[in-house]
Design a protein around this ligand. Structure first.
Ligand SMILES: Cc1cc2nc3c(=O)[nH]c(=O)nc-3n(C[C@H](O)[C@H](O)[C@H](O)COP(=O)(O)OP(=O)(O)OC[C@H]3O[C@@H](n4cnc5c(N)ncnc54)[C@H](O)[C@@H]3O)c2cc1C
Length: 484
């Protein structure tokens, strides 16, 4: 790891100052660590300045100034990305362009059920605002108090309820962005269907700041659930997962919002890290955090047994699954506080894993039919190699955050990490999976791109990049590996 630094400013700084003012330009070295080092602490870079524009027009002028001097620009939202994409890479002079002054929720249309926001709006801020209108913006994950809508779109973020609502791409109706020459493209009308040629919105989503700077977005909103049933399950084995998920989808009419795999050792780690209690009296070897939610008022009504109808539906379904043997034990959250405790445990997984001295985490996706066997095979092979597998998974999407930590007593420095990583990735590839499910490529997975994506595909990406950013000033060194 290198330390984040501000290098000597060039004369562009005066022009940038003219655009964003003193409040929007930071050239000293104090306080830059938070911008120039990523969340994991693994990636850091240097910049001639931190520039914080407050409007789309200012972003456009900043990009034009940088383009004229061939200064590279790394866009940054909440700096919570997990692929090392949010900080400058390489030795070229960079500007770190933070969107953190662009925080306006421009409009909320409760009839069309959409919101138009600045890119720097924090995810949780939007969620809290639309909750006042009985609506939700459904992206859900542990960084929602810091990550931004622009960052969510730039990474095509996922999270725990993609299963029901889809990823960031599925929530986005339109984007406003500044391209590499400073021009602004904008499509924020909220129109639902628009087949007018190439879809710039979809091109920009997931492009990790390499094709344009997202400055605004129109996103779809959904009705807020009025009834929620949350449970922690102990399953017979990992093979039972999809039998249980499918049954719950069938009986609820597709209301499963989250189906998160949390095996025993992972729950132990989190409970120890945040000091929470085990969800079940007998710890589950194959644990699942499950949530079903409904916006139908009838599902919130209380039945003759004093139970909310949705809870009753879940209780009945789980009783059947226990009789069949797929579920061995379960606890249904009996209060809002109990539900919050279960979710706190899930949302503390990333920080618990990152608190360990040594840990390598994959963000992989597999076809659902391959997930159980993949976990079985991989757990056996990595254990044989001296690692302990610690997996958390958005199981309903086949998205595994498969983590390797040293087995008890093992010396990390002597373990065959590179060989084991290769074996896991080969296994993913053989089964038709992806080596990057939701975190993106950034700077951390360029070698995987080179190895597991065809030359034709990479060349097509390079052509698109060159067409939109011929000087390669937008987040160079990210997402697309260099030739060779
Ligand atoms: C505890 C924790 C849990 C997480 N859980 C999940 C999870 O479950 N699912 C998931 O998908 N991710 C998860 N993440 C990763 C991260 O939160 C997401 O990738 C998030 O979308 C990043 O948003 P950000 O605003 O922080 O972006 P940043 O980290 O600032 O940037 C990420 C990338 O997007 C680019 N970018 C940012 N803003 C813009 C913009 N306005 N225009 C163009 N490019 C831009 C950056 O250049 C960079 O390449 C988690 C992270 C943490 C720390």
């Amino acid at each position: 790891m290198t330390t984040g630094t501000i290098t000597e400013p060039a004369d562009v700084l005066a022009k940038l100052l003219d655009v964003v003012g003193e409040h929007g330009l930071h050239t000293g070295s104090a306080g830059t660590e938070a911008y120039l080092t990523d969340w994991s602490g693994e990636f850091s870079g240097s910049a001639i300045a931190i520039v914080r524009p407050s409007t789309t027009e200012e972003v456009s002028r900043v990009v034009s100034i940088c383009a004229a001097s061939r200064i590279a620009i790394t866009a940054q939202g909440g700096n919570t990305g997990l692929a090392g994409g949010s900080v400058p890479a390489g030795n070229r002079p960079h500007v770190l362009l933070s969107l953190n002054r662009m925080k306006t929720i421009r409009s909320i249309d409760t009839v069309a059920r959409c919101a138009t926001v600045d890119a720097g709006v924090v995810l949780q801020t939007l969620q809290e605002r639309v909750a006042e209108d009985g609506l939700i913006f459904p992206l859900m994950f542990g960084a929602r108090g810091s990550c931004t809508i622009g960052g969510n779109l730039a990474t095509n973020a996922g999270g725990s309820n993609v299963l029901r609502y889809g990823n960031a791409r599925a929530q986005c109706l339109g984007i406003e962005a500044v391209l590499a020459d400073g021009s602004v493209v904008s499509d924020l009308s909220g129109v639902r269907k628009d087949n007018t040629g190439y879809d710039l919105r979809d091109l920009l989503i997931g492009s990790e700041g390499t094709l344009g700077i997202i400055t605004g977005a129109t996103v779809r909103l959904c009705p807020a659930p009025v009834a929620t049933a949350t449970a922690f399950l102990s399953l017979r084995d990992v093979e039972a997962s999809f039998e249980v998920l499918n049954r719950l989808q069938d009986v609820s009419g597709g209301l499963v919002e989250a189906f998160e795999y949390m095996p025993g050792p992972l729950v132990d780690l989190v409970c120890e890290h945040i000091g929470c209690r085990q969800p079940l009296e007998v710890p589950a070897e194959t644990g699942i955090l499950l949530e079903i939610a409904s916006s139908r008022p009838a599902d919130a009504e209380v039945n003759d047994d004093g139970e909310a109808c949705l809870d009753a539906l879940l209780t009945e379904a789980l009783a059947d699954l226990m009789e069949d043997g797929a579920v061995q034990d379960a606890v249904i959250a009996g209060s809002g506080q109990h539900r919050a405790e279960l979710w706190k445990m899930r949302e503390a997984v990333a920080e618990s894993l990152f608190s360990l001295d040594h840990c390598y985490i994959f963000d992989i996706a597999l076809p659902l039919s391959e997930v159980s066997q993949f976990i079985r095979d991989s757990d056996t092979s990595v254990s044989d190699a001296g690692f302990q597998p610690l997996t958390v998974a958005h199981m309903g999407d086949g998205n595994l955050h498969y983590a390797l930590v040293p087995a008890r007593g093992a010396d990390w420095s002597t373990l065959p990490l590179e060989d084991t990583k290769t074996a896991i990735l080969e296994n993913v590839s053989r089964r038709g999976g992806s080596f990057s499910a939701e975190h993106g490529i950034g700077a951390s997975k360029l070698s995987f791109m080179r190895r597991y994506r065809s030359q034709e595909r990479l060349d097509a990406m390079r052509k698109i990049k060159h067409a939109l950013d011929p000087q390669d000033i937008l987040n160079p060194g990210k997402t697309i590996p260099q030739r060779g």
